[in-house]
Design a protein around this ligand. Structure first.
Ligand code: COA
Length: 127
């Protein structure tokens, strides 16, 4: 089985209460997933003020139907209800679908960076 190289780190973050995983299902079937990360300086979070939007994914054959936008809007609302003032994320520069979605949701690019996986944007949105 193929596993994500970051699985152990994500599990630790969940155990520490720093990552909540949200799943969108329709008729009990998995459609989409997205996480909120609360306290991780590497992600630019500020405790109680700025959190991080992570790992948005929509099942391949369910893309283009509005689910990505729907789960994202739900999480942005939830983050606001929790009292956060802003939210940040990172997205590969060549991931056009995701970049377009985040711009549609009101995120703006505040930095272009590069890691071992290539160039990516750091984006943020005021809640
Ligand atoms: C990015 C992703 C989450 C979008 O989810 P989705 O359910 O397909 O998107 P939606 O149907 O809700 O579309 C919402 C908006 O996203 C953008 N978008 C979605 N698919 C797009 C595509 N193929 N091309 C360009 N823009 C696209 C559009 O702005 C769209 O709004 P519009 O319909 O008014 O044009 C999905 O493609 C995915 O899971 N990709 C693989 C995982 C990934 O890259 N996640 C992001 C990690 S940072």
């Amino acid at each position: 089985m193929q596993t994500c190289p970051y699985t152990d780190m994500f599990i630790e973050q969940i155990k520490a209460g720093n990552r909540d995983v949200f799943i969108l299902t329709v008729n009990d079937k998995f459609i989409a997933e997205c996480d909120l990360v609360y306290d991780n300086s590497e992600y630019g979070t500020i405790p109680g003020k700025r959190l991080y939007f992570s790992r948005l994914i929509v099942k391949r054959n369910e893309r283009g139907k509005g689910y990505g936008e729907a789960i994202s809007r739900n999480l942005l609302e939830l983050a606001k209800e929790k009292g956060y003032k802003s939210i940040a994320l990172g997205v590969d520069c060549d991931n056009t679908s995701a970049v377009n979605l985040y711009k549609k949701l009101g995120f703006t690019v505040y930095e272009e960076a590069e890691d071992k996986d290539g160039k990516f944007y750091r984006m943020e949105k005021t809640l």
